[in-house]
Design a protein around this ligand. Structure first.
Ligand SMILES: CC(=O)N[C@H]1[C@@H](OP(=O)(O)OP(=O)(O)OC[C@H]2O[C@@H](n3ccc(=O)[nH]c3=O)[C@H](O)[C@@H]2O)O[C@H](CO)[C@@H](O)[C@@H]1O
Length: 368
């Protein structure tokens, strides 16, 4: 087997690019305990909190504005992009990286460009359809593209020949025994063991529409005996919840131990971010998906195959109201049999070995 001594991982912006990078870093470390892992991030992205907290070396390179057109000529001009690529290249040289693996986000572009100039292997991991702008640019420099979901191969011409590896997920999630962790999770959040729990999370940044609709439905949910564990999200405003509810409604700003939320939950209400969908399905978590409406339908595309398999429901953002919650979520959250059926269907779609499969693909790239 190929041995790896030093890799550069690039990805940033929101959690959707950073958590798979971290999960992959963990897999590298499991297989190569002495490996040097260097991550590249941008000055303002969530990587500045998440990557150091996970114990990895984060190097921040200068930010730049990604152009709208994917024009190679632009990469030759001495602008901010060039400066960023130069900074990425210096780091690649310093750590003597053998491969660059990119997960998307603007910061990936200079890493791809610097690696291409050095004729190094580049591997791109992409989870969306259409692929993100940064990774689309990266595809000019490499044919080694890995994807997270089967529908991506069919729905994007540029991903037709990609390798389906799944999504690298944190082992805290993939190796979790939900029923075993549930009592501890309920205790941690101050939730009761005898009533169903609705777990609300709008992705790493949070989702305003979902937050406001659920908060406005707080009384109806509580009087129906449904507890709520509500993650506000990293970039969202606080919202008001009545403080005289008969059952717990717990609001947390952000969960670094997302597995505790999943363990406490009977039903999830979420957006359709790719990593969220990979996690809910890996865990067999019944979910109601409310795709973010302004991102090229990418979240709708993520949720549709799960919903078609019977693993959840799909709701338009415009329909996410307290009335919809009352009509649909309250009966579902109390129907244990229906939830169990949805959970099984979600699990049949989900996969847990994305980290190992991506590692295999990267080793092939380096070995060649
Ligand atoms: C609005 C937008 O453009 N969103 C995109 C963004 O979503 P976003 O950055 O929200 O990413 P996802 O929904 O895919 O994943 C969220 C990640 O954050 C974690 N988490 C979330 C909340 C919390 O409190 N704690 C926590 O750990 C989740 O467990 C998950 O690992 O990237 C995804 C992956 O490229 C895309 O599919 C989404 O379309």
């Amino acid at each position: 087997m190929v041995q790896l001594r030093s890799v550069v991982l690039a990805g940033g912006g929101t959690g959707g690019h950073i958590y798979p990078l971290l999960a992959f870093a963990d897999a590298l470390r499991r297989h190569f305990p002495h490996i040097r892992i260097t991550t590249l991030g941008s000055p303002k992205g969530m990587e500045n909190q998440l990557i150091p907290a996970a114990g990895y070396d984060l190097r921040v390179i200068p930010a730049f504005q990604l152009p709208r057109s994917l024009n190679l000529d632009l990469l030759r001009t001495p602008d901010r992009m060039y400066r960023s690529a130069h900074a990425a290249g210096e780091i690649i040289d310093e750590v003597q990286a053998e491969v660059v693996v990119g997960f998307g986000g603007y910061v990936s572009v200079p890493a791809y460009l610097a690696a291409w100039r050095r004729e190094m292997p580049i591997v791109i991991h992409e989870v969306n359809v259409p692929p993100g702008v940064a990774n689309r640019m990266g595809m000019k420099f490499t044919k080694r593209i890995a994807v997270g979901f089967p529908h991506q191969l069919e729905q994007a011409e540029s991903l037709r020949n990609a390798r389906l590896v799944g999504v690298p997920l944190r082992t805290g999630i993939t190796q979790m025994d939900r029923p075993a962790l549930r009592p501890q999770a309920l205790y941690h959040f101050g939730l009761r063991p005898d009533l169903p729990v609705l777990f609300v999370s709008g992705g790493s940044s949070g989702a305003r529409t979902i937050n406001l609709a659920v908060a406005a439905a707080a009384k109806r949910l509580a009087h129906a005996g449904i507890q709520v564990l509500h993650v506000q999200g990293g970039r969202n405003d606080p919202f008001d919840v009545p403080n005289d509810l008969p059952v717990p409604y717990v609001v947390v700003p952000y969960l670094s131990d997302m597995q505790l939320g999943y363990a406490a939950a009977d039903l999830m209400l979420c957006r359709g971010g790719a990593i969220t969908v990979a996690e809910t399905t890996a865990l067999g978590m019944p979910a109601i998906y409310v795709p973010y409406p302004f991102s090229n339908q990418e979240q709708r595309r993520n949720a549709i195959p799960v919903v078609e398999a019977g693993g959840g429901l799909l709701v338009d953002n415009s329909e996410m109201t307290p009335e919809w919650i009352e009509r649909n979520i309250i009966p579902l959250a109390r129907d244990r049999q229906r939830l169990a059926g949805m959970g099984h269907a979600a699990a049949a779609y989900g996969r847990r070995d994305g980290d190992e499969q991506l590692l295999r693909f990267v080793l092939e790239a380096v070995g060649r």
